[in-house]
Design a protein around this ligand. Structure first.
Ligand SMILES: [Zn+2]
Length: 93
C-alpha cells in the first residue's frame, strides 16, 4: 500500500550545522497530513543537506540527534529520513 507523503519547502532563520558548520536557512518538511503547514520547530528531527548528519532543532540552532530522538518520529517518515538517497546519515566508524 502506498502511503502519501506531502512535502513542504520553507525558509527558516539562519542556523549552522554542528557537524559541518554549513549555513542552513531552509528546510523541506515531510508530513502524512496534507493540511500540515507547520514550520520547523524545536524538537523536530532533520538532516543536514550538506553532510547528512541527523539533527534535532533547538531554540538556538541544532544538536546531533540521538537514538531516543528518532523513536518519536513517525515510522514511515523515519524510514524516509534515514534512507532517502542523498540524505542517508553517515555511519560512525
Ligand atoms: Zn552538516
Amino acid at each position: 500500500m502506498k502511503i502519501p507523503i506531502f512535502i513542504k519547502m520553507d525558509r527558516t532563520r539562519l542556523r549552522h550545522c554542528p557537524t559541518c558548520r554549513a549555513r542552513l536557512d531552509g528546510a523541506t518538511g515531510l508530513s502524512k497530513d496534507p493540511a500540515d503547514q507547520a514550520r520547523m520547530k524545536p524538537g523536530d528531527v532533520t538532516v543536514c543537506a550538506y553532510c547528512s548528519s541527523v539533527l534535532v532543532v533547538t531554540a538556538d540552532g541544532f544538536r546531533l540527534a540521538v537514538e531516543a530522538d528518532l523513536a518519536d518520529v513517525d515510522p514511515d517518515l523515519r524510514t524516509i529520513l534515514l534512507t532517502f538517497p542523498g540524505l542517508r546519515p553517515k555511519q560512525s566508524t
